[in-house]
Design a binder for this molecule. Structure first.
Ligand code: SF4
Length: 310
């Protein structure tokens, strides 16, 4: 039993979609196992909805459903606190409160949580020192943790570069393209963004993503739309829109209800991005695919009508 590797549970939601390579490589380099919850299904959604307060956004409800699915199946569940990567580089408050929230919701479960804290704004605590602390809390020697972190960062950067390069090819493909502006965990979730991209594909439209971009370049470009937006992920999306709005036939602003950052940022996009049709689609746990499909169908018709191909 003692020789069993430590098992770290990763809820397949929210920051998992951003940090999956980093996390999985880091723990693998420390000879630990990672267990990822299964893709979102109705049961996960219902369980998360039952655990969350009504005001929680759909992404958070889904996250709690994934955390619940991992209970008792791993030694620790990873629930990091990621607050800020620096000035004008904040994360939504849901990410700041994540470990407290998970600890509180599952307080009776006896499940161990694993966390790390990144706050390069107020506390000047960077990701590397946060990972070092987390590794030490798992009983690993500092040298091994440092090495694992460096290798994980390298793997993460290489995987992202390859993904961005591959994604850029889509803009060169012939045909109608629609840019999806959404947080990755919304765009890729089987109960949120996936039905939207599936619908677009079967309608002969090429979906492209505003968040799959060179992140440093996107942060710089984001200032053209908003010099004051403070959320890191929103700024990446804004930058992606600036870079690609002229390469696409339409933009879909895809949000999870109720999302504070998106409510502000999407309003800004609607006012400042001109010359391209924009559809604002807000998903909640009640939206059936039928309503979404009708809106997508008319949006595609509007684009075709505008371009004289209807
Ligand atoms: S940014 Fe929006 S969707 Fe994401 S966690 Fe915050 S409120 Fe939820």
């Amino acid at each position: 039993m003692d020789n069993q590797p430590i098992k770290i549970g990763l809820p397949r939601a929210m920051l998992y979609y951003r940090y999956r390579v980093l996390w999985r490589t880091f723990f693998a380099e420390l000879d630990m196992e990672t267990v990822v919850s299964a893709p979102t299904d109705r049961e996960i959604l219902e369980q998360g909805t039952a655990l969350a307060i009504d005001e929680a956004c759909l992404s958070l409800k889904i996250y709690l459903g994934h955390a619940a699915a991992l209970m008792g199946k791993c030694d620790y569940i990873l629930a990091p606190r990621v607050s800020s990567l620096g000035r004008h580089r904040s994360f939504c408050t849901r990410f700041e409160s994540m470990p407290d929230l998970v600890r509180n919701v599952f307080r009776a479960s006896g499940q161990n949580l694993l966390t790390y804290e990144v706050d390069e704004g107020m506390q000047r605590k960077d990701e590397e020192s946060a990972f070092l602390e987390m590794g030490r809390s798992l009983g690993c020697p500092a040298k091994a943790v440092k090495r694992a972190y460096r290798l994980a960062k390298k793997a993460d950067a290489a995987a992202w570069k390859e993904r961005v390069q591959k994604h850029e090819q889509r803009y060169k493909t012939e045909g109608m393209k629609v840019l999806i502006a959404a947080h990755s965990y919304v765009a890729e979730d089987p109960y949120m963004g996936r039905p939207v991209t599936d619908y677009l594909k079967q309608a002969g439209v090429i979906p492209v993503r505003a968040d799959i971009v060179d992140r440093d370049a996107a942060l710089k470009h984001s200032r053209e739309l908003s010099p004051t937006c403070k959320w890191e992920i929103s700024r990446e999306i804004l930058g992606g829109i600036v870079q690609h709005k002229d390469d696409v036939n339409g933009i879909i602003l895809l949000s999870a209800f109720p999302c504070g950052p998106d409510a502000m940022v999407n309003e800004l996009i609607t006012r400042r991005v001109e010359g391209v049709p924009i559809l604002n689609l807000v998903l909640d746990s009640q939206s059936g695919t039928a309503g979404v499909e009708t809106r997508l169908e008319s949006f595609i018709d509007i684009i075709r009508f505008k371009e004289g191909t209807l």
